[in-house]
Design a protein around this ligand. Structure first.
Ligand code: NAG
Ligand code: NAG
Ligand code: NAG
Ligand code: NAG
Length: 384
């Protein structure tokens, strides 16, 4: 069943329940229970990526950076963990749904990696810091770009070998590899450093090339299930809405998002999907699944009031201040002492760049519904 079928079935069921019970419950555009992911018998998850997925690597690299400061983590951990949210990220919601613990950050040498490891690093790019510099983009947060993370993954997998003979790539049937989201920062840094959207577009072939090479690499390391996320509609994100704010009303779409930036995200996503479809033909034995962050987000945004979010705050940062979007690049959450909204659960955006744990929960739910039918969920042998 496609997610649209599942969605409309859920919708019909909801309407039916209204008729049956006449209850005044809030309308919930129903999705299948996220814990259906358990049927896939996922025993390990390896995650590559950036601040959308980092569960503590950058916190170890730089314990004083933005996401390591209060009020990050306040809705779940009651303290910062390095996650760029008030609580859980999509990968945390996905790991829980799969029935495994939250992924520990790889840089935590003492951590337990029996159910996988998280290599994602806040601020990382798909391109290396050096290739970003040759494109004239000197801003960077970390040197731990995708290539470095792949090196860590490869080192980690070979450390699991019990003997040299066992070290040839073993097919990992119960292991899920998440290659991204990655690449978003390559464009974010370019655009926020003043490059035009056309200049950012010219980076797309190279960025997608690096992502696809990463997928090839994890397949060569034994991956048989790989999820490759696209980008969010960045024209709906407070940091970009603020940086590209204009009095030109036709620049905005029906959701009050910036059309050109969303169209740019679509351009990257189409390019990535095209490259994935070629890769799938080359690797018929491997499940390579595109994760549609773009439409997951639009679903959340357009249905936000039904899902219990405050529609008047849909494009505003919970932790932030200043301007139409409660965001100011000179005073960001965690760095400056800023007002935090009293109801983060009613906000989509946490800090103007990253989302709240409740937004991530719904996005994870939508994504699992979309991805589930495309994974290997009918095997029982726990021999990953
Ligand atoms: C790591 O965690 C697993 C289950 O989550 C547990 O069975 C195992 O004993 C742990 N290993 C260590 C060394 O603590
Ligand atoms: C990143 O690498 C550059 C060049 O090797 C070095 O100068 C810089 O200190 C590194 N930065 C970090 C954060 O490791
Ligand atoms: C207004 O925005 C639209 C859409 O981005 C663009 O096509 C148009 O050229 C802009 N008009 C002006 C006067 O900048
Ligand atoms: C909002 O939810 C309804 C019901 O699930 C769905 O049909 C609709 O497509 C959603 N909106 C978007 C933009 O996905």
């Amino acid at each position: 069943m496609s997610p649209n079928n599942i969605l409309s079935l859920g919708f019909l069921m909801t309407c039916f329940m209204y008729l049956l019970f006449g209850v005044a419950m809030s309308f919930d555009p129903h999705l299948p229970d996220i814990s259906m992911l358990r049927s896939c018998n996922i025993d390990k998850i390896y995650q590559l990526g950036d601040s959308l997925s980092d569960t503590g690597n950058h916190n170890i690299e730089n314990p004083f950076d933005q996401c390591s400061m209060p009020p990050y983590g306040s809705s779940f951990f009651q303290k910062p963990t390095g996650r760029c949210s008030d609580g859980l990220l999509m990968i945390d919601h996905i790991a829980s749904a799969a029935g495994i613990p939250f992924l520990n950050p790889y840089l935590d040498a003492s951590a337990n990696f029996s159910h996988g490891s998280n290599f994602a690093v806040v601020g990382s790019t798909a391109l290396s810091v050096q290739s970003m510099a040759t494109q004239g983009i000197s801003f960077y947060v970390t040197n731990y770009s995708l290539g470095v993370q792949l090196h860590w993954l490869s080192k980690h997998l070979s450390s699991l070998c019990e003997s040299e003979i066992d070290c040839r790539p073993k097919k990992m049937k119960n292991t899920l590899f998440m290659v991204g989201e990655t690449g978003g920062n390559d464009y974010n840094f370019a655009l926020l450093e003043g490059k035009t959207i056309d200049e950012a577009k010219s980076m797309v072939p190279e960025v997608v090339g690096v992502i696809i090479d990463a997928v090839r690499r994890v397949i060569s390391l034994g991956a048989v299930q790989v999820v490759v996320p696209g980008n969010f509609p960045i024209g709906c994100v407070p940091i970009f809405l603020t940086a590209f704010q204009t009095t030109n009303a036709t620049a905005y779409d029906k959701n009050q998002c910036l059309k050109d930036l969303n169209e740019f995200a679509v351009f990257h996503n189409q390019y990535l999907k095209q490259a994935i479809s070629i890769l799938k033909k080359e690797n018929p034995e491997t499940k390579i699944v595109y994760a549609d962050y773009y439409n997951a987000f639009l679903w959340l945004l357009e249905n936000c009031s039904y899902l219990g979010f405050d529609i008047t705050s849909a494009l505003k940062a919970c932790c932030g201040s200043g301007g139409k979007y409660r965001y100011s690049s000179s005073r960001v959450c965690g760095r400056a002492k800023l007002p935090v909204c009293s109801n983060p659960d009613q906000f989509i955006s946490w800090d103007g760049m990253h989302m709240t744990q409740r937004a991530y929960k719904f996005l994870a739910k939508w994504l699992v519904a979309d991805i589930l039918p495309q994974l290997n969920c009918n095997f029982n042998i726990a021999d990953s």
